[in-house]
Write a protein that binds this ligand. Structure first.
Ligand code: KG4
Ligand code: ZN
Length: 347
């Protein structure tokens, strides 16, 4: 297997890792959360500038932690899509420059493919086919992983991503950014059945509902109306009960769709990736439902759920092993579907 140095700068974490043989030799994550918190969310220009300030330090740190020199590196990878364009450019330009100077091949990596590969790092005996529920700040997808690098997207969100819904609901409850961890913590003190909230459903043109697609904007609006009503009627909002009821609704909705999809496609294994995979409500619901249906479900440890470069290096190592490299003319893209991933490589 190849030793890959990878850079991840698609959003608000500057991350660098070295991975060999699906083994993490070092993984450095410089989080910008404290900087963006004062604005209530990620400010793209601030993220780019911060990546630029941190990236060289993170590369040095990754080598120091792994106790390696450049001789040990077979290839240099960077997340090139999807994400914030300015932020992606910092990682990609740094990786390309290092590839030229150090005379190593360069590999662009699709961020979502990275999230899927986090499961291989966490579960070394994992083999396709399996279903991946990818729930992050930017995505909510059900992905059929047919083989390494071969994907079919079976479900997606029609509006907000799951993590985005957590962040927006936290903002309207005045809980700060990022919303997921704080709602998760608060929900433990609340009653998940205190308020009935609507699970988002996506109508089909010929009637009925899409079995795997999600929608969270209606739920978010329902929480807003509930909060306004409670404030008017009671003079105060039982924030823990609202947080617990919201989390319960999201967890139930994602669980139903994921289990239905796994059963319909005859997939016995489910893996969950992305920041929302850390959510305790989702973990409980999905675990219980999977047991009922005799399915296996894997949740990576938190540090592999949220953005990191180890997952990017792991995906790049597999590509490199297959003889794929990216041209140095490869650009970045704010939007790119997972099924277009082969466009990143020339064999
Ligand atoms: O995967 P990630 O680090 O970045 C993206 O690629 O988007 O996911 C970040 C998202 C944020 O929206 C954050 O609120 C959410 O994951 N998140 C959680 C939890 N921890 C992080 N959502 C629910 N419960 C959590 N415990
Ligand atoms: Zn991510």
């Amino acid at each position: 297997m190849a030793a890959i140095l990878a850079l991840e700068t698609s959003c608000d974490e500057t991350a660098v890792a070295i991975v060999n043989n699906r083994k993490v030799l070092s993984s450095v994550v410089a989080s910008q959360i404290e900087i963006h918190r004062q604005y209530g969310g990620v400010v793209p220009e601030v993220a780019s500038r911060q990546h630029l300030e941190s990236i060289n330090f993170c590369v040095d740190r990754a080598f120091a932690e792994a106790d390696l020199t450049w001789d040990a590196i077979d290839g240099i990878a960077a997340t090139c899509a999807p994400g914030l364009v300015g932020a992606l450019l910092v990682g990609v330009m740094t990786a390309k420059s290092l590839a030229i100077v150090r005379e190593k091949p360069f590999l662009g990596v699709h961020h979502l493919e990275g999230h899927i590969y986090a499961s291989y790092l966490a579960q070394p005996d994992l083999e396709p086919p399996f279903l991946c529920l990818l729930v992050s700040g930017g995505h909510t997808s059900l992905i059929y992983v047919k083989d390494c690098g071969i994907y079919e997207t079976l479900g997606r969100t029609r509006d907000d991503a799951a993590g985005e819904a957590f962040d927006k609901v936290a903002r309207l409850l005045d809980l700060g950014y990022p919303g997921g961890p704080v709602i998760d913590k608060l929900a433990k003190e609340g009653n998940p059945r205190a308020f009935a909230l609507p699970e988002g459903r996506v109508s089909l043109p010929d009637g009925g509902y899409h079995p795997y697609d999600s929608s969270f904007s209606g739920l978010k609006t329902a929480v807003l109306r509930l909060v306004q009503k409670l404030a008017q009627e009671r003079g105060e909002v039982p924030v823990a009960d609202v947080a617990a009821s919201f989390q319960e609704t999201v967890a139930r909705s994602l669980t139903k769709k994921t289990i239905a999809c796994a059963l319909d496609y005859g997939l016995k294994t489910i893996v969950v990736g992305g920041g929302v995979a850390a959510n305790s409500g989702l973990r409980q619901h999905l675990q219980a439902a999977a047991e009922t249906h005799d399915l296996r479900v894997f949740f990576p440890p938190l540090k592999l759920c949220t953005d990191n470069a180890a997952m990017i290096a792991c995906a790049a190592a597999d590509r490199f092993q297959k003889g794929d490299v990216s041209p140095l003319t490869l650009g970045v893209s704010s939007r790119m579907g997972l099924t277009e991933v082969m466009q990143l490589y020339a064999s």
